[in-house]
Design a protein around this ligand. Sequence first.
Ligand SMILES: *Cc1c(COP(=O)(O)O)cnc(C)c1O
Length: 351
Amino acid sequence: MNYKLLDNILEMEGYVPGEQPQGGDYVKLNTNENPYPPSTAVYEAIAEEFRRLRLYPQPMSNPLREAAAEILGFDREWILAGNGSDDLLMMFAQAFLSEERFACAPVPTYTLYRTLAQIQNSKLIEVPFAEGYELPAAELQASGAVLAFLANPNSPTGTMVPPDKIADFARAFPGFVLLDEAYADFADANCLHLVKEYANIGVMRTFSKSYALAGLRVGLLFARPEFIEQLAKVKDSYNLDRLAIVGAAAALRDRDHFNEITSLIKGTRGLLTEELTKRGFDVLPSQSNFVMVKAPEPPGAKAVYLGLKERKVLVRYFEQEMPDHLRITVGTDVEVEALLTQLDEVLKGGK
Ligand SMILES: *Cc1c(COP(=O)(O)O)cnc(C)c1O
């Protein structure tokens, strides 16, 4: 078989998303989706927009940029919308990376960064986090990379590097620092203000977690207007559809709903942390909508993952990156109860 595909494509593995079972009645705590429904304003905006689907969307997603500018305190020229933050990440890979130029990231982290580098026939220099999941700043700075991917709060660990440490890093890093703040709305601090201070910082947000819109596919990048203008050259011409543009704008404007569901999740996170600790799990301090836990041994993380799955509770197991740990999304209180009930069975060794 010879399709004349590029060698780097033939050799790469491809990104493996978390399991998305269709049906099967799982308590789904494996891909950090929001357990609550999105704002009802989203449904209304989408229903209204339906009648305009005949027409192409606004190419820069301006109605959404304007809502984001208003709510988050930027001019719209500082904002670029993506079809999920994964689309923005792809634009970064296309605009920065080639066979001679590479990216770096502290690991373990979001494995899509590596996949995107490989698509460009580039690579990701992976530097292990320092003790206590602190940033391995010196090694990243010395890596020669033109782009640093920093998920902050990080996934899969849930840990966070404080903004002053990020600022120190950006001052010394010779390339562009992309802060992937997918989980920032669950954290005590964030780095959005650094965009205004540092020309080499971009901050990315997603609607997939805190706005409960993973299925709509919307992300935003905040950076200097002259940078946004360059990056926009590589985007798909109509990268967000009409429904996504108005739906995300409506979600942003409903602050009450956003505040309600994010506080519920932060509350349940505390409860989940406490209950897992009681059961012998070591819980990493979480600034996100999931907890990363070291499982007691026996039975060990893999056995707990498999036992829970058999009992229709899905959590995430990273066999390569963190084989002693499990990542558990913060669900509703009812889902967390179900998890704990099934977990007690697994820990007892019962069937
Ligand atoms: C969930 C997640 C994203 C979100 O991606 P979308 O494409 O916006 O759904 C981005 N980065 C990290 C680290 C994530 O965990």
